[in-house]
Design a protein around this ligand. Structure first.
Ligand SMILES: Cc1cc2nc3c(=O)[nH]c(=O)nc-3n(C[C@H](O)[C@H](O)[C@H](O)COP(=O)(O)OP(=O)(O)OC[C@H]3O[C@@H](n4cnc5c(N)ncnc54)[C@H](O)[C@@H]3O)c2cc1C
Length: 471
């Protein structure tokens, strides 16, 4: 039984199948296992950084990772401030504690409370509706109502709360302001007050290591530097294969086995904005004008909802924004294991949204954008490494054009990943399943696409797997 690609969904399927008694072989094009779960060493500086995913609200919320008992295997550090929206003057801060968030939002607080409380009261249903949980909940109707009211209610919020919502809304690979973007924003904002936005001690690679060691313990084998160019290299009729790859990747490696109409649909799959990233080492914490942001795991840079909207719309129109929306993670505020003992330096992970395919180097635009909200930032930089969008496309074929979320999430593609079908993880080739961010529930580290695909495969062969309640 083969798995092509070792991202979180590929490894989730591999772990489940190995525990169900199958001989599992994972083929990974890259030299590390984990796909977007990847912690590396800086070049020419002693310290580590997350190349891709940094904050993991979905890992703690997902059915797969909960059943896998990820928090027993990996230590998660949860910041007091889940995320902040850097603003000129007073910033907006989403504490893990909703009450404190509401208090500090002042006049904006009532609106935030009105939108968030119903989401939190129905958080299991919200997770179910967002695909992070498998089963329908008794409170699904109230969860759906809470989500609908958040999606509608974001635009009625006062300035600070509205900016807080905008920062979460701009996360997804969805056109800013669309229903899909607001839906993603509502779920992420709710998790800020539910599980929080934790980071794994040591970096996201720790999650990959936990999956890989469980797989090996159950007899699995992994092969690095093994790009699969043709499905026949790893699969023959009667076998099972899980493809942790994008729709166009599937069309590339299995074109002659797939109906032409299905291939055409795969090739029509669309991608969203790209990420142009810079990893910094600073000689001290980011000097945020609003000192509360120093406690944040993640900071959205920033400004008002109008600023975020204008930057995002430019990127969607194919223009490199002058003042882009920048996602900043400050892992060493919590996790000192990423730097040598005794160091007082700080690691800062930052990426800007740029048009898909843009090769722009974001060093200057990210530096000056952060400087706007943290005067003196530039002077603290002692090391930096730029990773423009083509870098991401070159290290992971799923990140087409540098879209690190593996595909656009507009209302249509939210429901039809990658095509219109009730079982999107199943391909027309018997025994071959697609399990990647291009299938529901989409991007992020949750393993749920792998879980669904493995579940379908086990059902098809009539095997009830006791492990992880998958039967
Ligand atoms: C800069 C950045 C920041 C991010 N931040 C976050 C975050 O903070 N939180 C979060 O939850 N998510 C984040 N993400 C998104 C998250 O990493 C992805 O959504 C997630 O990793 C997708 O998982 P996946 O299972 O689809 O596979 P991927 O992680 O995309 O991995 C797929 C693997 O398949 C391999 N592969 C592809 N084609 C082949 C082939 N033909 N043969 C062999 N191997 C192949 C690739 O090399 C890759 O290793 C971020 C991503 C990036 C890049």
């Amino acid at each position: 039984m083969s798995v092509v690609g070792s991202g979180p969904n590929g490894l989730a399927a591999a772990v489940i199948m190995a525990r169900a008694g199958y001989e599992v072989s994972v083929y990974e094009a890259g030299s590390h296992f984990g796909g977007g779960l990847w912690t590396d060493r800086f070049e020419g500086f002693d310290g580590s950084f997350d190349v891709a995913s940094a904050a993991h609200p979905m890992a703690l919320a997902s059915t797969f990772f909960r059943a896998f008992e990820i928090s027993r295997r990996v230590e998660f550090l949860t910041p007091r401030v889940s995320y902040g929206q850097a603003m000129v003057g007073r910033s907006a801060v989403a504490y893990r504690d909703l009450g404190r968030t509401v208090d500090e939002l002042g006049r904006s607080g009532t609106g935030w409370s009105r939108v968030m409380r119903p989401l939190l009261a129905n958080i299991d249903a919200v997770r179910g509706l967002s695909g992070l949980e498998l089963r329908a909940h008794p409170s699904t109707v109230s969860g759906a109502a809470a989500l609908a009211s958040a999606v509608a209610g974001f635009s009625t919020l006062r300035a600070e709360a509205r900016a807080l919502a905008a920062g979460a809304t701009a996360h997804g690979a969805a056109p800013f302001g669309s229903l899909a973007a607001r839906f993603v924003g509502a779920v992420l904002a709710a998790e800020a007050h539910a599980s929080g936005w934790p980071i794994p001690r040591g970096g996201s690679g720790a999650i990959a290591e936990a999956l890989v060691s469980d797989l090996i313990a159950h007899g699995g084998r992994l092969h690095a530097d093994s790009t699969v160019n043709d499905l026949r290299e790893v699969w023959k009729p009667g076998d099972i294969a899980f493809l942790n790859i994008g729709p166009r990747g599937l069309a590339r490696i299995a074109r002659d086995k797939l109906p032409t109409t299905y291939v055409r649909r795969l090739e029509r799959y669309r991608y969203g904005n790209a990420a142009s990233k810079v990893d910094f080492v600073l000689s001290g914490p980011v000097p945020w004008a609003d000192a509360r942001l120093q406690d944040a795991g993640t900071v959205h840079v920033g400004g008002s909802e109008r600023d975020v909207s204008s930057a995002e719309r430019q990127a969607w129109r194919g223009q490199v924004p002058l003042a882009p929306y920048v996602l900043v993670s400050q892992p060493t505020r919590l996790d000192r294991s990423r730097l040598p003992q005794g160091s007082s330096d700080e690691v800062v992970w930052a990426y800007a949204h740029v048009p898909n395919g843009s090769a722009v180097d974001a060093v200057e635009m990210i530096t000056s954008r952060i400087e706007t909200f943290a005067p003196g930032f530039r002077d603290l930089v002692i090391h930096r490494e730029a990773r423009p969008a083509p870098y991401f496309a070159s290290v992971n074929a799923n990140f087409e054009g540098g879209d690190v979320l593996g595909g656009r999430v507009d209302a249509a593609q939210l429901l039809t990943r990658p095509t219109v079908t009730a079982r999107p993880w199943r391909t027309p080739i018997p025994g071959v399943y697609l399990a990647s961010a291009a299938t529901p529930p989409g991007a992020g580290v949750h393993g749920m696409a792998g879980w669904h695909a493995a579940r379908l495969a086990l059902r098809r062969i009539g095997q009830a797997a006791p492990y992880l309640g998958i039967d």
